[in-house]
Each structure stands twice: as C-alpha cells, then as structure tokens.
Design a protein around this ligand. Structure first.
Ligand SMILES: *Cc1c(COP(=O)(O)O)cnc(C)c1O
Length: 237
C-alpha cells in the first residue's frame, strides 16, 4: 500500500469506529460525546500514526511504556494526549508520568502508593483508573472486586493520585455477549462502591471495550473505549 492509500483507509476506519460508537451511545440513551475514544497505537509505527492523527484521533493509548516514550518524542509537535493502558512497572513510573494524562492500569494499593510518591516528587497529579479483575482469572492484573471496598479509603488518602474510575479487560476467549457480562459486572460494582466512598475518589469513568466489543461496552455504560486493531484494518505496512 502506498502512503495515500494508507491515509485514506485509516480515515475511513476511524470514521466507521466513531459512527458505531455514536450509534451505540444513542442506543444506550447517551450523547455520542459522552464516550471517549482512546486510539490504541501499539501495533503501528509513527508513520501510520501520523495519518491517524491527521484524521482526527486526539487521544492515543499505548500499553508499554518503552513504546510510549519514543512515540511521544517523535510526535511532540502534535496536539494529542496520551494514556498508558498497560502495566506500568514501578521503575518506569518516573519517566512515564510527565507524558500521560491518564493511567488505566492502577493495579494494586502498593502500586498506586508508589505512583503517588513519585507524582509528589514531580509535582504531578496523575489521573488513574483502577484495573479490576472482573473475570477472576489469576493470570490477570488488577484489584479483585472484593478488595476495593477496603482499598478505596486508602486510595482516597493519597495526596497526588486522583482516582477517576474503573477499568477492565474482558475475558480473552469470549465473544461480545460474554464480554457484556464482564462489562455490566464492572458497572454494577462501580454503582455499589459509589455509595460507600469517598471524597477525593471519583468513579465516574468506566474504561472498557476494545475492537471486538466496544459497542457492547458502550451499551453497558463505558465512558472510555480503547480501540486498536479496528483502526488499522485493511492496512499493510
Ligand atoms: C491492545 C489493547 C487494547 C486494544 O485492543 P484491540 O482489540 O486491538 O482493539 C485495549 N486495551 C488494552 C489494555 C490493550 O492492551
């Protein structure tokens, strides 16, 4: 594929994702602008990200800090915001915090206490989501749902980290309707927790839904969807 073909296809893909998001939002009684698209760019290099940004993608997500860093540098002149959506190991927090507006993968109290300490040293107030292991899969990261009622007051006591909501990954081997159960479980958990906690902790955001299930996620209350492969369909580079 030549560059104009890639450019055209990416613009088309982005328009289609946005259209489907809008339809799903309206179907669930919300306005399309109430759901944020994080364009996940971990599969592609900067040369494919440029046309995506030109087509209007304004919020980009990377799952690995080591891939995020050089891309932020290469795209420094563009008006985009970055989210880190994958595991943020402790030794990568200091370099990553100044680059991102949101961390989707707050995975434990200890992890977020470390993030908080470094944020304090850097005078930053990172917005974080709490990753919840809704599927109960032991190989996955995140808080178990039953840990959250205890963790929330301790998270509320952190002075730099700002908790804004919950995030989940649907179980891997599942279709969209199985994912729906994970998504509605996350929303119900959020609704229960909201009643019991806390000043300084907001649970307004629900980050859930990827290429295979973002419409279902929106129907179940997602405020943020993380879409990667659907944006790059039909493109070879
Ligand atoms: C890769 C990734 C996505 C996007 O997945 P697609 O199926 O390609 O849309 C979303 N969230 C996380 C945490 C990811 O690592």
């Amino acid at each position: 594929m030549n560059a104009p073909q890639i450019r055209h296809r990416i613009a088309q893909n982005l328009a289609e994702v946005r259209e489907r998001m809008a339809v799903a939002a309206v179907r669930s009684g919300r306005r399309p602008d109430e759901v944020l698209l994080v364009a996940v760019t971990k599969y592609v290099g900067v040369e494919v990200m440029e046309p995506l940004i030109d087509a209007g993608a304004a919020v980009l997500g990377e799952s690995r800090p080591q891939q995020l860093w050089p891309k932020v540098e290469a795209l420094a002149g563009r008006s985009i915001q970055w989210h880190i959506i994958g595991q943020l190991q402790r030794n990568k927090v200091r370099r990553t915090l100044p680059l991102v507006v949101m961390i989707h993968s707050g995975e434990s109290l200890r992890h977020l206490q470390a993030v908080d300490r470094i944020a304090g040293e850097l005078s930053l107030r990172p917005r974080v989501l709490l990753e919840v292991n809704t599927s109960g899969d032991a190989t996955k990261h995140g808080f178990m749902p039953h840990e959250l009622p205890q963790a929330l007051p301790e998270l509320a006591a952190l002075s730099h980290v700002e908790v804004r909501g919950l995030m989940c990954m649907a179980g891997l081997e599942t279709d969209a309707e199985a994912a729906r159960r994970d998504f509605s479980a996350l929303r119900e958990l959020r609704d229960r927790l909201r009643g019991s906690c806390c000043d300084r902790v907001s649970l307004d955001e629900l980050s859930m839904g990827m290429s295979g299930d973002y419409e279902v996620a929106i129907e179940e209350g997602a405020t943020i969807v993380r879409v990667g492969s659907a944006l790059f369909e039909g493109i070879s580079w």
